[in-house]
Design a protein around this ligand. Structure first.
Ligand SMILES: *Cc1c(COP(=O)(O)O)cnc(C)c1O
Length: 388
């Protein structure tokens, strides 16, 4: 009889566990880096990097966060519908067809075309509101924003509109996480020059902000009025440089339970393609009900470990859409690292700690050839989140 963990879903033996205490602790750590009065904007886009936007937003606010950032209109609406009333910035422009939704839900867009800005001002005025926005400046990332040399002209083209109000001015760094800081310094210089020029031209720039997680930790001279942290709030380091500077606690664990465990005959194959063959007697093959549709990249097939009974076991065979298998060598003649057999219902850790062992999102990211951000976002896809 399996004794379920607190909050474990009743209908599926696979879930994401979110430690809200870690989120609170990390948020306080970031707030602690800021001078009094400097605001903290928390990036809760992509369902809070897979951690659950509504719960994380509440935990962050309770720990000193001031504002929140989303990537899409729907993400902003989700927070508003959950009763969240704090400022929300969308880190992009929206299609003009979404403007009425932005106005109705009081979601500030980032703005960089005058067509969009004026259409937004029109719809806000029509609703008897003032459309707050943040001006995005492209200082070198070449993603979104007005080019620094065009910012004054841009503001002059839209500032006449009574339906518009600039609540912030920001840029985004491409290399805040790099030890090579020439490009970073150039972006920072372009940004501060553009802000100065706007102020000198009499424009209200609102809150000035540019630092993301690595910037906030490594470049305090650029905190300005607000920092925009994301990954660090979830307890992950954006790069090796930040690790010695701030202590963070990962908030996400990914767990499952064994749904079947058998001892196939030597030579039997495992999973699509039968790429793995049982090599010796006493090898147990255990099945876990979690697959690539849950965010466990198929590129990890045969290359990752899981934790069971506080020890590592090798995942074997191709990862399927909804399940994967792992092998446990219980061979009694191998006294060295002989593993205890697993049984249906045993707890399996895909990300997180079990006993003295731990598998981090960074370990998985390295195996996949990606970054920890993508690993946690991916686990947000389908698994139920439980909060502890
Ligand atoms: C995602 C994002 C952030 C947060 O970045 P982290 O590296 O997770 O801190 C900040 N600003 C913008 C514009 C973003 O898109």
């Amino acid at each position: 009889m399996v004794v379920p963990l607190t909050n474990e879903p009743s209908d599926r033996w696979a879930w994401v566990e979110i430690d809200l205490n870690a989120i609170r602790k990390n948020t306080r750590a970031f707030k602690g880096l800021l001078k009094r009065g400097t605001k903290l904007m928390c990036a809760v886009k992509a369902d809070a990097y897979g951690h659950g936007a509504v719960e994380c937003t509440k935990a962050m606010k309770a720990s000193g966060a001031d504002q929140f950032a989303v990537a899409t209109v729907a993400e902003g609406v989700e927070l508003r519908e959950a009763g969240i009333e704090w400022p929300i910035l969308m880190l992009n422009q929206a299609p003009e067809s979404a403007i009425d939704t932005l106005v109705a839900y009081d979601i500030m867009p980032s703005v960089y075309t005058s067509e969009f800005a004026l259409a937004y001002g029109e719809r806000a005025a029509a609703a008897d509101k003032v459309g707050k926005y943040h001006l995005a400046i492209d200082t070198g990332m070449t993603r979104i924003g007005v080019l620094p040399e065009d910012v004054i002209e841009f503001r002059h083209a839209i500032d006449f509109h009574r339906g518009l109000s600039c609540a912030g001015t920001f840029t985004h760094f491409a290399t805040a996480d790099s030890a090579q800081d020439w490009d970073f310094k150039l972006q920072a210089q372009r940004f501060m020059d553009a802000v100065d020029a706007l102020r000198n031209a009499g424009c209200d720039v609102g809150l000035v902000h540019c630092d993301n997680t690595p910037g906030t930790v490594l470049h305090p001279q650029l905190h300005n009025d607000m920092c925009r942290a994301g990954i660090g709030l979830y307890g992950l380091q954006p790069c090796e440089l930040t690790a010695p500077r701030i202590s963070l606690t990962p908030a996400m664990s990914v767990r499952a339970r064994v749904t079947r465990a058998i001892y196939p005959a030597v030579g039997e194959g495992v999973s699509y393609g039968l790429n793995y063959r049982v090599p010796t007697p006493h090898v147990q093959i255990a099945t876990v009900p979690l697959g690539y549709a849950d965010g466990l990249s198929r590129t990890l097939s045969g290359r990752m470990d899981v934790l069971v009974h506080g020890r590592r076991a090798r995942q074997v065979g191709n990862i399927c859409m909804d399940q994967f298998m792992f092998a446990v060598d219980t061979n009694p003649v191998r006294s060295y690292r002989r593993a205890q057999p697993v049984a249906e219902g045993d707890l399996v850790t895909i990300i997180g700690e079990d006993g003295d062992e731990r598998i981090t999102a960074d370990e998985m990211a390295d195996l996949r050839g990606t970054i920890n951000y993508e690993v946690t976002c991916n686990f947000g896809m389908r698994l139920e989140k439980v909060y502890v």
